[in-house]
Design a binder for this molecule. Sequence first.
Ligand code: SAH
Length: 344
Amino acid sequence: MKENIKNFNLDELKEKLKEISEKSFRAEQIFKWLYQEKVNTFNDMTNLSLELRKKLDEKYNIGNFKIIKKLESIDGTKKYLFDVQDEKGNLIESVLMKYHHGYTVCVSSQIGCRMGCKFCASTGIPFARNLETGEIVEQILAIEKDSNIKVSNIVFMGIGEPFDNFENVMNAINILNNPKGLNIGARHISISTSGIVPKIYELADKKIQCTLSVSLHSSNDKTRSEMMPINNLYPIDELMKACKYYIEKTNKRISFEYALAKDNNDNLEDAKQLVKLLRGMLSHVNLIPINKIEDGKYIKSTNENIIKFRDYLNDHGIVATIRRELGSDISAACGQLRKQNLKR
Ligand code: SAH
């Protein structure tokens, strides 16, 4: 199979053009066609010679997805099921959300996930592979084209663990960021991790302006390990050390995700421990009423408990908000994304 041209950032594309004896400014023209004009074929790149268009077509794939299914929620959220057009017919999901400040896309980073979090519907999809750089970028492009909108924010909170596919995610961010690419500011991109500690250090050292979210979900190792097997490898203590390093290096706030499940991590004792853990840290807690998954043992906390939990944190110096759930009626809310077993 030919390589996807959208796997290359601008510098890499310049190199590729050099290899076929083309001037590097052609790379900028191609970038513009791909990410601003959003053309579907090399032949549409009309300021390139016919010969170059043909050369590109022989060597590369332009990486279009096919929309298999599109569901729209009563709140305007749209869930897309894409065929990535590889040899295996793999499918992925992405979600478009409309907020007052603009459009946000929740992108997937892998086909399946290896983290095995017990409360997440992505667990149980057999892990197929990492998404390529171009396939991460294509989710946004395909949605912009189909919905005829400009996306302003990206969250890496779809299927997969972005830090388990670090290089491609970073390269995709480079393309999304590039003013000649999709021109989405790094501050408008957030990456969510289940807590792959070495990558938190790596990201801190890169000094990219994107936002980091850490899925914490519990402030004690026993409960967290039950919910998230990754905690056995990187327990809370090590995770917090990495988070503190990140904050010190970047001077950026970390957003801690905390999915509240009834009688599991939602009582006063949990809130107290959480305050202790985060006290003095540049952080924000995002409380998510947990979404029950099929056969899952975790159920949503009561509204009363959720509010109590939030108030306790706020009263003790920890900024916490309750996340508004979007798209739950189309299974597009947090942790609900799951590749359907659709056969073409
Ligand atoms: N692998 C990454 C990103 C994907 S999930 C991570 O773990 O952070 C995005 C967020 O949704 C994470 O905070 C995840 O823990 C949360 N989540 C997963 N399943 C959920 C569920 N059933 N209810 C609420 N939040 C869930």
